[in-house]
Design a protein around this ligand. Structure first.
Ligand code: DX5
Ligand code: ZN
Length: 217
């Protein structure tokens, strides 16, 4: 399987959202990455259900929703209604992670868990077989445009080992500071899905930038 490219809408021009979505629809991108921030789990607020529902009307690809919110259980059904296909919660934001994962699947969505840069991969040992996706944060969550944390490569290798050892089907997704300089090394380390925000949307020709990231071997 070739790697998945997931442009992060957080870096798009919110005043021209429909145009930005059409650009991604027409591009070689695979998914839309949607970042939800509550101002509590992370020191920033992005957008919520009404915006996601509006985005969904135009999106022709998988909606990969990344929740950076505390107690995400409260809103699982609402995110399904808003159009999420994949719902990823943070390990650090869940008291009963196993229950949360089951609740996401019960709503018919794919279940993902995200790890902050300081959280070791080993904490997923007992849930890895239930997961469709693991998102390794390669920056501290909360903002786009930050620089990539090099320790990520080590975590990808550890996660790949855990997945292979347990026969898990989980996809490895990397989020934060992804660009044309590090994508190749990330893929060789074992990454299957790459989120990119500023590198795509702040570039001169976002369609071409997506193509370049997608065609990296
Ligand atoms: C950060 C978000 C990322 C962010 C990535 O909290 O989870 O998805 O939008 O943006 P870049 O690619 O600019 O680091
Ligand atoms: Zn994200």
């Amino acid at each position: 399987m070739s790697h998945i490219i997931a442009p992060s809408i957080l870096a798009a021009d919110f005043a021209n959202l429909q145009k930005e979505i059409e650009m991604v629809n027409q591009s070689e991108a695979d998914w839309f990455h949607i970042d939800v921030m509550d101002g509590v789990f992370v020191p920033n607020i992005s957008f919520g259900m009404p915006v996601i529902s509006a985005i969904k009307k135009h999106v022709k690809k998988t909606m990969d929703v990344h929740l950076m919110i505390v107690d995400p259980d409260r809103f699982i059904a609402d995110f399904k209604k808003a159009g999420a296909d994949i719902l990823t919660v943070h390990y650090e934001a869940c008291k009963h992670l196993h229950r949360t994962i089951q609740a996401i699947k019960a709503e018919g969505m794919q279940a993902g868990v995200s790890l902050n840069p300081h959280t070791p991969v080993a904490v997923l040992e007992d849930v890895i077989q239930d997961l469709d996706l693991v998102l390794i944060m390669s920056v501290n969550p909360g903002f786009g445009g930050q620089s990539f944390i090099e320790n990520t490569y080590k975590k990808i290798k550890q996660l790949k080992e855990l997945i292979e050892k347990t026969g898990s089907k989980a996809i490895i997704e990397i989020d934060g500071g992804v660009n044309d300089k590090n994508i190749k090394k990330l893929i060789s380390a074992g990454a299957n899905a790459l989120v990119a925000g500023s590198f795509i949307f702040k570039s001169e020709n976002p369609t071409e930038t997506i193509k370049k990231l997608k065609q990296t071997l």
